[in-house]
Design a protein around this ligand. Structure first.
Ligand SMILES: [Zn+2]
Length: 340
């Protein structure tokens, strides 16, 4: 059983999850000891019985838990949190904890075991985004789940312990401090300037273009002005009403799939098969005591964004202690290379 503990001094939540210790580590499996399908991989097509029953799948044929799928979603076997846990918090002296309540799902991106992300066709990006969108729309019906983290870890330096291409979704009853602080800053900027911070950033990047990587009618991809990581890329929705993946209609999904494919291919061209984290900026999804003051205002100050963070360098003590990163590659130079 896990629990979500609150650190009062650092104002941070920590998930204590002993089950995560038992994850098999097969991230170092390479092309030499695995083929396109692996007999021991629970995420490969044909091995559906090795996972818990599926929650969702995009299928060309057959019924649940059989081959014939394009993407498949299953509960994480090594959960950080579980939906069956009681939705309860307790105080212990100076400490607070939430029972380990939440959802932790694995999105199996493709049936193919060693599919490189830069080889994904447009349809695969579309399927992947549609899968995330439908899980987000389904889970947000549970009013206890407020915070949604959608992410992909690729490679051991990014924290992946499984070679087969997959992503994850964690939904929690509490909002992390870092997201609350971002919301506070975005609201403050909107109040002072009369337009959203995201629009301010987009307007500037589109005008000067030195950090721009790619764009289409609905999205722009650029290396952030203060990139914390070498070759970091942010993708932002151009339309103000699009604040999370669940606001995207099918043409919006198509546009995001297209810019994501262009950006990932550009990164692979410059960096080879690199380890990375990909995250979605998703605002809190429920109105409750901690969000009611600004919940209705979210579409005015927030915007759907994706962050691709190459993990080329490790952190040291300075980064851990100060929460400041040292990035040796100026974002202007990274964008110049990525534009090809
Ligand atoms: Zn596999």
């Amino acid at each position: 059983m896990s629990d979500i503990r609150y650190d009062r001094l650092y104002d941070d939540y920590v998930i204590i999850a002993p089950e995560r210790l038992h994850r098999p580590d097969c991230a170092h499996e390479t092309i030499s000891n695995a083929s396109t399908q692996s007999r021991i991989c629970p995420f490969c097509e044909g091995n559906e019985r090795m996972t818990p029953p599926e929650i969702f799948a995009l299928r060309d044929r057959n019924g649940p838990n059989t081959p014939g799928w394009r993407t498949r979603v299953v509960p994480n076997l090594y959960k950080a949190v579980r939906i069956e846990a009681p939705w309860q918090s307790h105080g212990h002296g100076p400490y607070d904890l939430w029972e380990g309540f939440g959802a932790h799902e694995v999105i199996i991106d493709t049936p193919r075991h060693l599919q490189r992300v830069d080889a994904w066709e447009l349809q695969e990006y579309r399927d992947w985004l549609v899968t995330f969108r439908s899980r987000l729309m389904d889970l947000r019906k549970d009013l206890r789940l407020v915070y949604f983290s959608l992410f992909k870890n690729h490679g051991p330096s990014a924290g992946a312990t499984q070679t087969h291409p997959h992503s994850q979704l964690i939904a929690l009853p509490v909002i992390p401090k870092s997201l609350l602080a971002r919301i506070e800053r975005a609201r403050h900027y909107r109040k002072i300037h009369g337009h959203s911070l995201f629009q301010g950033v987009l307007d500037y990047e589109m005008e000067f273009r030195e950090r721009l990587v790619a764009e289409n009618d609905s999205f722009a991809a650029f290396c952030p002005y203060a990139s914390a990581y070498a070759f970091e890329v942010r993708i932002l929705a151009k339309e103000q009403r699009v604040v999370s993946l669940s606001d995207l209609n099918d043409p919006g999904i198509e546009a995001l799939a297209q810019i994501l494919q262009t950006t990932i291919r550009a990164l692979y061209r410059e960096l080879g098969d690199f380890d990375f984290n990909l995250t979605f900026d998703t605002p809190p999804m429920q109105k409750n005591v901690s969000t009611e003051e600004w919940f209705e205002e979210i579409p005015r100050f927030w915007r759907l964004g994706l962050r691709i963070i190459p993990r080329l360098y490790n952190w040291g003590g300075f980064e851990m202690e100060s929460d400041m990163r040292i990035n040796p590659v100026p974002p202007e130079e990274a964008a110049f290379l990525l534009r090809g």
